[in-house]
Design a protein around this ligand. Structure first.
Ligand code: GLU
Length: 475
């Protein structure tokens, strides 16, 4: 059997985002499931649109996510051509000349003004999708001093069929497609031409990409046919949409778009990998948390979704929280420490073991790393706010209770979680309070906050001195 080879072929016109990560990831899973190769190719022929830093963003973020290419221009393999299109201009030119010779393509000397004028005329006549008028098809001019594009001669009235892995049979009639440019007058190949040559050179067996490319596919089929090459199998993934059902983009409200944003907020690469794999694909079980290895194993190209998938930020957060819970304590501490805002919380002067215990209190709660900063105030510089004061007043706590609490805490020799728990129980019995009536006032007095993790543990970590100061600071 032929070795399975798939590629992710970004144009360096932007940074790695949810949409192109999904494409990369599905190609990766597909290839790895069949012990095949996963290739990263840079499609940079649209020179004006290339963005500085985009290639690094693709490589670095993919590396971070664990979508590791077996081949790329950083680790090329001999015999598959170049891994960056800008290094192949001569190759495309040779192939275009071959088609010229075989009369499957022709030189077009029309200027952009002429083309635009003709387009407008066609539109004025009510033609919805104007096509090139083939003025140069029968043109016998052969003046190489004049700039020319090379156009592909689209076969007339021919049906092109694709058996798409996601969509099944899709048909196109060639009459819907005008003769298209394969090599521009500046010598640069167009996407539809270069992509076919690259996929052929790289022995790509399956092309997995976004549905916006489905309309390009018949053009590519024509090029395969013209060269007599076998087509790869196509697989056009459905859209990822936001909660308003619009295509996910950097303008989508709730969801962040770029992988670097998730990284900055403290999402784990395993969690992003996990969640994105479930966009437009589903496993044959109820399982939701998957490691990369489990996904490689579970992958099945027959389980791509036929309808758009909605990016759900709540689900993304939940999956991330599950991955945070799964971390071992040491890894978690290292991870979350990176997200502490060092300007707000002076952790340098504090005991390491103490900080670690504080951080561990939130391991089960955090959805993403940077959230740790919402929890640390009570251990550092908490001041009671007006709202909490009002809540406290509602409990109408008698002075006796507060005095008893302060005295008992003061006299407590071993300021341990256990002893504090016992004290809270004693207060409950002595002052006949239970549940919220007992815990909320004690929490507010000792921590100056209505919310927080396990109370006795929190009090013991805040420390005797500070807890007593907290209580006495409330007037
Ligand atoms: N360079 C194209 C893009 O970024 C990829 C097209 C393809 O996969 O064939 O959309």
């Amino acid at each position: 059997m032929k070795k399975i080879r798939l590629r992710y072929a970004p144009s360096p016109t932007g940074y790695l985002h949810i949409g192109n990560t999904r494409t990369a990831l599905m190609n990766y899973l597909f290839a790895k499931h069949y012990n095949g190769d996963f290739i990263l190719r840079i499609e940079d022929t649209d020179i004006e649109r290339n963005v500085e830093g985009a290639i690094e963003s693709q490589f670095d973020n993919m590396d971070w996510l664990g979508i590791l290419p077996d081949e790329s221009f950083r680790n090329p393999k001999k015999g598959f051509g170049k891994y960056m299109q800008s290094e192949k201009f001569e190759v495309y030119k040779d192939y275009a000349n071959k088609l010229l010779k075989e009369n499957k393509a022709y030189k077009c000397f029309c200027t952009s003004e002429e083309l635009e004028k003709d387009r407008e005329q066609q539109l004025a006549k009510g033609i919805i999708a104007p096509q090139y008028n083939r003025k140069c098809l029968s043109n016998k001019i052969n003046d190489d001093n004049k700039p020319f594009n090379i156009r592909f001669k689209v076969p007339e009235n021919k049906l092109y069929k694709i058996n798409d892995v996601v969509r099944g049979n899709v048909e196109f009639n060639s009459k819907e497609i005008g003769d298209f440019v394969i090599l521009k007058s500046n010598g640069i190949a167009t996407y539809n031409f270069a992509v076919v040559i690259d996929d052929y050179d790289m022995k790509i067996t399956h092309v997995v990409r976004g549905e916006e490319h489905i309309s390009n596919t018949p053009r590519q089929c024509m090029i395969y046919e013209a060269f007599g090459w076998e087509e790869p199998k196509f697989c056009h993934l459905t859209l990822i949409v936001d909660e308003t059902k619009k295509k996910l983009s950097k303008r989508s409200g709730n969801a962040m778009f770029f992988i670097s944003q998730y990284k900055e907020q403290g999402y784990l690469p395993e969690a992003i990998f996990n969640y994105i794999s479930l966009l437009g694909w589903s496993p044959n079980s109820e399982q939701e948390i998957f490691t990369k290895e489990e996904l490689v194993k579970a992958f099945d190209e027959n389980r791509f979704s036929k309808s758009p998938s909605t990016f759900d930020m709540i689900k993304m957060k939940w999956i991330n929280s599950q991955w945070i819970k799964k971390m071992n304590e040491q890894d978690y501490i290292k991870f979350v420490t990176n997200f502490i805002d060092k300007n707000r919380f002076d952790i340098k002067g504090k005991d390491k073991a103490w900080i670690n215990s504080v951080l561990l209190l939130f391991k089960k709660e955090l959805e993403y790393g940077i959230q740790i900063n919402d929890h640390l105030d009570i251990f550092f510089n908490k001041i009671i706010d007006e709202k909490t004061k009002t809540v406290l007043k509602e409990f109408k706590i008698e002075k006796n209770l507060v005095n008893f609490l302060v005295e008992e805490l003061k006299n407590m020799e071993n300021f341990s979680e256990e002893n504090i728990k016992t004290l809270i129980n004693t207060i409950g019995k002595k002052f006949e309070k239970k549940g919220r009536e007992l815990f909320m006032p004690v929490r507010i007095f000792t921590t100056l906050s209505e919310h927080g993790p396990e109370l006795a543990k929190t009090i013991s970590l805040i420390g005797k001195e500070k807890v007593i100061l907290n209580i006495t600071s409330i007037k």
